[in-house]
Every structure is written in C-alpha cells, then in structure tokens.
Design a protein. Structure first.
Length: 677
C-alpha cells in the first residue's frame, strides 16, 4: 500500500491556523486586552492576578531550548522516497521492496561547528540527515556530505568537538576550523588526515544543499529474508550534480546573506524546483570483508567507487517546506540507531558510540523521554509498549497493565516473532577480550588521503592548498603550524611544501607518499553539469532593447535558468520600446556573490555610481570564475573592464545564439580555465 501522505495526514491533525481567530489564553479564555498589563491605577504597579500577563511572559521566558551540541545550524524539508527496483535479494526492509511504495521522508541539512544563528556558507562538513517514515517504523540515515570522518573511535568525539568549537577562554572563532585548537587536535590525532583533505576541499563549501552528495559514512548491514547479510555503504547523489562555491565568495556570502543555503532550498521548493537525490548503495559480500588494503569497519576510509560500484536503487524528492521551523526542524530528533528490520549495524567503533549518543542528547535538548511523541518524530505506524509517564507525556495509555509479562492483558502488548516483523539483531559471531585498543588494521592514516589528493583536478588542488594556507595562516602557534606541515607531507610533499611556504613555515620534514592510486569519482570536475535552477543576475538600465532582451530572458528561463533583474532602483525599468522589466534588486540590496552568473543586458549605464557598481559586480563575478554574458550596451561594460575574450564570457549580437551559448556557459558552473591576471 502506498504510504505517501501518511506523515502529512498525521501532521495535519496538529496544525493550527491562528489567522482570523479570537485571542485566548492557553486555557482558552478569551482575552480582552493585550497591550496593557493589569495595574493598580493608570500609573500604578502591575498586579499579580494578571493571569494573561503571567502566562504570556512565562511562556516567552521559556521559549528557547538548548541548541544541538553539533549541527545546531540546520534547515529541513519534507519529501518522499521511492525505490527503483526491489532490493529483496539483499534486504527485507519493507520500504526497499516495492517501487510503487512512496515513503514519506524528512531531511535536515546542517553545518557542524556553528551555533544556531551562524552563517551557512562557512567551511565545514554538512549534515545530511534523513528520516524515513516507513510502515515498519522510522529509519534514520544520519549522514554527512563527506564520506569519511575525523576519528575512528567515538570516545574521541568530545575531544574533537571541543577542539573545533570556539575556544573556551574567549569564544572565538564562530563556525570556523581556522584556529589553534582545531589544528592542534588534527596534528595530534593523525587518523584525521583523510577527512581534513575533504574539509579543505571544495566539498566543504557547497553551492547548495541541492548540489551536494550525502554519505552514511559507516559500513552498515543489509539483511534479507533468509537472514543473509551484506555489508552496505549508503550514498545520496544529487541529480543537479555536486557543485561548490569559491572560498572568497563563500566568506562574502556569509555576510551578505547568512541564510544563503536555507533561502536556496526554501525558494526552490516554493517554486516547484524540487531537489532530487538518488540513493546509491555499495554492496560487499561478507566473505569479501578482508579483501582490501584497509579495514571496512574504519570510518576514515571510503570504498573507491571504481572498485565497488555504487548501485543506484531509488530516488528522494523534497517537495514541501515546513510550516514551522521550531516545531519541525528544531524538534526533529535523528538517531543513527533508529533502524528497521533488514538494516543492521557493524562493529565500526564510531558507529557503536553514536548508537548511545543520539538518544542521550535528545533527553537534554528536548527535555525528557517523550520526544518521540512530538509530531515530527512520531512514526506513521502504530506504536505500543509499556513505557509510561515522563515530562510532557501526551499519549493516554488506557488500562491497568504497564508491564510485561502479564496475564491481565493476555500478555500484551506482545513481542512479534521475526516472521511477524519483529526486529532480530543480526547474529554475528563475536570473540575477543575486553580491551581498550585499536586494531592494527586501522593504522594506515594516509594512503586514502593521498588517493583523494591524487584524484583532484588542478584547480581543485589549488583550492586545497589555498584552504590550508588560509586556515593555518590563522593559527598563531608556530609549533602547531609546523606539526601540520610535517603531518601532511605524508599525504603529498607538493601540498605540504606549498602551504608551508605560504605560511612561512619550514619545508616539510617527511618524505612524501608513494601512493599513486586515484579515484576519478572523487573529483567534482566529473560531476553532472546542468543550467537548471541556476540564478543569473540581469544588470539592466533604462532604455534597454526591450524585445531582444526579453527574448534572451525567455530563452534562459525555458532552459531552467532563473533570472532576476538588478538596476539602479527597484521597480519598473523601461525599455526603448516601452517594454517594462521589474527590478527586484538594486546594487545595494544584491551582490554578485548571490548569483551563479551575470548578464549585462544593456540600456543606459546610469549614474556614475551605477557604472561603478556594474563594474564592481562583473569584475567580482569574473574573479569567482562565473559565467558572464553581455548583449547590446552591456558588451561595452564588459569591454571597458577588459573581461572579453576569456573562457565563460559570452557576448552576442544574435540573441538566440547568445542565449544558447550563455546557457552552456552557465551549465559549466565555473570557468577554471580562465587564468586570472
Ligand atoms: Fe553526529 N551527532 N555524532 N555524526 N550527527 C549529532 O545529535 C555524534 C557523526 C550527524 O539534523 C548530535 O541530535 C557522535 C558522524 C548529523 O538533527 C549528537 C559521533 C556523522 C547530525 C551526535 C558523531 C554524524 C548529528 C547532536 C561520533 C555522519 C545532525 C545533536 C561517534 C555519518 C542531525 C543531535 C540533525 C548530530 C553525536 C559523528 C552526522 C551529539 C558521538 C560520523 C547529520 O548526538
């Protein structure tokens, strides 16, 4: 049976529309006055018996809850998931059996380090947490946009996060890893090398939540009806491809629009441009567990896609924004340990620790053990057990019995057998001594970090060198800087020498790496290139060539590109032939960093200030390798700034040809072959 609207129907029973209603207290008593507290005389003191004032103020005083210790800054949307073909051979998970079943999902994207109000385009990993409301209970795939992690054992997580967060003595810096304690942790916990390479790469500054991959990171298990297990790694692949910002742009957006990523997601969904991601799995037979030169339980390692292909098994579409960010996004409680029959864990020591931490954190964050009753967290299937009471309990469990086993209720609620859908943990044979140590097979910290480096294109390598140079350039301790240089010499001498020079450190002491392996799938240069949903700013002045510019805009729009007009003032801008275009931005309210491309469409260049601003916009977009287009008088704006004749700069007299070429240039995303002078 299709499951598509169950979550929405369930949420609907909690939705309230206050619009047009009479103001009441929480007790339902109509309020006669909401501007003046009850006083003893017009100029006298407020009186305790003012129950409306007391209730309003008390509620306000308690409106904040603790933010998430990590991933505090996040944004979410609803959607649905459908499998392309039955995965019966590998898993009995119900939501992965039938292509006609639509499973409701709720996805929360996040940064990791920053506080709840921090900017969104900072250099950081992004959380990609998906809650599947399946008919067998909730399944949470709580992943990141980077396929590996900093540490191998969960016991180090508090240390990592303490080092990453603002330093405790002065609470600086916010939402950044560019400071001493983070890099001190890295140099002294060298298992982090691989993830640091990802964090210094373009992956850590995504263009959009809609254009980043997601990874389950750990190795999980699929278990089929026959009880046979297969190791599995989960991937989300965005249909729009994986694209990033450039660092200078990311930092500027953090000031110009700290909500850049949530705005992008919100607006795309409102416009009907629903973000889509395919679910991929890498499958590995149990008997192949030891066939690799890394341990498949080590979360600092990925499985190269060229060795173990990603099988695409389904698609998720995000098609509905939340009604209320606090009620849904903020109160959503994800947990890596929430699984359904057919999906099981492995002994990855990072995963094992997560299985404890996620429930524990909700207890403080959401104030007690009943967070599963919050509308966003409720499963869409029935749930019955003997758990009772606690803060904020909403369910009214009827009857006398709240224990198992019992006879007074015929021993119900009763456990289900495996055949009836009861979750039975995979019976892995375990032998060993209790020991605080790490397996030797987890010891190689650098080979995959080098593989990542080897897989990068030249511009991506340059970005990584710059990122290290920036981050370590902010580190004050010379000793920490030098330790990091020496550490990354194990990854690549070229890399370590380059940023050592940039930060004035001694050349690296190490010998470099002998690893030659690379994995083309890791380079973003090989991603899907599409103009769809890209945003082009259209700089226009009074008296522009109405019909021709409109023809260009129509052609761009039909190619899926969004166009927004920027001019010296807001409102109507008149073309030479009385055509009108609505300027929705001025040079004051917008900035080139907020667009994927700029189109200089001509008309009067306007005041000296407008001319200067136009030059600033196009030069900045150019320096961020963005496509630039120009027609009519716009061509001279480009020429005056000597930006013509560069890759990705398109000028044209023939409008349909121009629109076609400009669309192609936009699809490329960034023109790295544009050598900046
Ligand atoms: Fe998390 N992580 N984590 N994490 N994590 C949390 O749970 C934790 C790890 C991830 O949008 C917390 O509800 C430990 C890896 C996401 O609500 C907390 C360890 C991955 C989110 C927690 C890890 C993640 C969290 C904080 C090391 C990628 C946001 C608030 C063993 C696979 C979910 C909360 C959302 C959130 C603990 C490592 C992803 C404290 C102990 C690896 C996407 O429970």
């Amino acid at each position: 049976m299709a499951n598509e609207n169950r979550k929405n129907e369930q949420l609907d029973t909690f939705r309230v529309n206050d619009n047009g209603k009479t103001l009441t207290t929480n007790q339902g008593v109509k309020v006669s006055e909401d501007e003046f507290s009850l006083k003893a005389g017009e100029r006298g003191p407020t009186i305790m018996e003012d129950f409306h004032f007391r209730e309003k103020m008390t509620h306000f005083d308690h409106e904040r809850i603790p933010e998430r210790i990590v991933h505090a800054r996040g944004f979410a949307a609803h959607g649905e998931f459908q499998v392309y073909e039955s995965m019966k051979e590998y898993t009995k998970a119900h939501f992965l059996q039938d292509p006609s079943v639509k499973t409701p999902v709720f996805v929360r994207f996040s940064t990791v380090a920053g506080s709840r109000g921090s900017a969104e385009t900072v250099r950081d990993a992004r959380g990609f947490a998906t809650k599947f409301y399946t008919q067998e209970g909730n399944y949470d795939l709580v992943g990141n946009n980077i396929p590996v992690f900093f540490i191998q054992d969960a016991i180090k997580f508090p240390d990592l996060v303490h080092a990453l967060k603002p330093e405790p003595h002065n609470e600086i810096p916010q939402a950044q890893s560019a400071h001493d304690t983070f890099w001190d942790f890295i140099a002294n916990n060298q298992e982090s090398a691989h993830m640091v390479m990802w964090a210094m790469s373009d992956r850590a500054i995504p263009r959009s939540f809609r254009m980043m991959e997601g990874f389950g990171v750990h190795t999980f298990r699929f278990v089929n009806e026959q009880g046979k297990a297969t190791f599995v790694k989960f991937h989300w692949k965005p249909l729009l491809g994986t694209h990033s910002l450039v660092w200078d742009e990311a930092q500027k957006i953090a000031g110009k629009d700290p909500d850049f990523h949530r705005r992008d997601l919100w607006e795309s969904i409102e416009m009907g441009n629903f973000p889509e991601y395919e679910l991929g799995v890498q499958l590995l037979a149990e008997e192949d567990e030891f066939k690799f030169d890394f341990d498949i339980l080590d979360p600092t390692k990925l499985w190269p896609e060229e060795d173990i292909p990603v099988k695409i098994i389904g698609k998720m579409t995000l098609n509905r924004n939340v009604d209320n960010v606090f009620a849904e996004t903020e109160q959503a409680a994800f947990h890596a340990g929430q699984v359904v029959p057919g999906i099981d864990f492995t002994n990855d020591p990072l995963l094992q620790g997560r299985l404890f931490s996620y429930t524990d954190t909700q207890l403080i964050r959401l104030g007690g053990p009943n967070f599963h009753e919050l509308p966003i967290n409720r499963p869409v299937c029935p749930f019955h057990n003997n758990q009772r009471d606690g803060y904020g309990r909403q369910t009214i469990n009827r009857g006398q019995v709240s224990y198992h086993k019992n006879s007074l209720a015929n021993n119900t609620p009763a456990p289900a057998s495996e055949a009836e859908g009861g979750y039975v943990h995979y019976q892995e044979k375990i032998e060993g001594r209790k020991i605080r140590s790490r397996s030797e097979s987890f010891r190689d910290f650098f080979s995959q970090a080098t593989m990542f480096w080897n897989s990068m294109s030249e511009p991506e390598k340059q970005h990584i060198i710059k990122a290290f140079s920036f981050e370590l350039g902010k580190v004050k301790s010379k000793s920490v800087q030098q330790q990091v240089v020496d550490m990354f010499a194990n990854v690549s001498l070229e890399l370590a020498s380059s940023f050592a020079e940039a930060i004035g450190a001694a050349p690296p002491a190490g010998e470099g790496s002998r690893v030659t392996k690379s994995s083309p799938a890791l380079s973003q240069l090989n991603t899907v290139k599409s103009p769809i949903t890209r945003k082009a700013g259209v700089i226009i002045g009074e008296g522009f060539n109405g019909s021709e510019v409109l023809a260009v805009l129509n052609a761009l729009n039909s190619a899926g590109i969004q166009t927004e007009v920027i001019s010296g003032h807001l409102g109507s801008i008149k073309g030479a032939d009385d055509t009108e275009l609505e300027a929705v931005h001025t040079f004051l309210t917008a900035d080139s960093v907020l667009f994927d491309a700029l189109y200089a469409a001509g008309g009067s260049a306007g005041s000296a200030e407008s001319k200067q601003q136009t030059a600033y916009f196009i030069n900045e977009a150019f320096s961020h390798y963005k496509p630039l287009g120009a027609t009519h008088e716009g061509i001279s704006w480009i020429e005056e700034n000597q930006l013509d004749n560069y890759p990705g700069v398109v000028t044209g007299e023939n409008m349909s040809q121009f629109a076609e070429d400009f669309t192609e240039a936009i699809a490329v995303h960034r023109h790295w072959d544009r050598k900046l002078v």
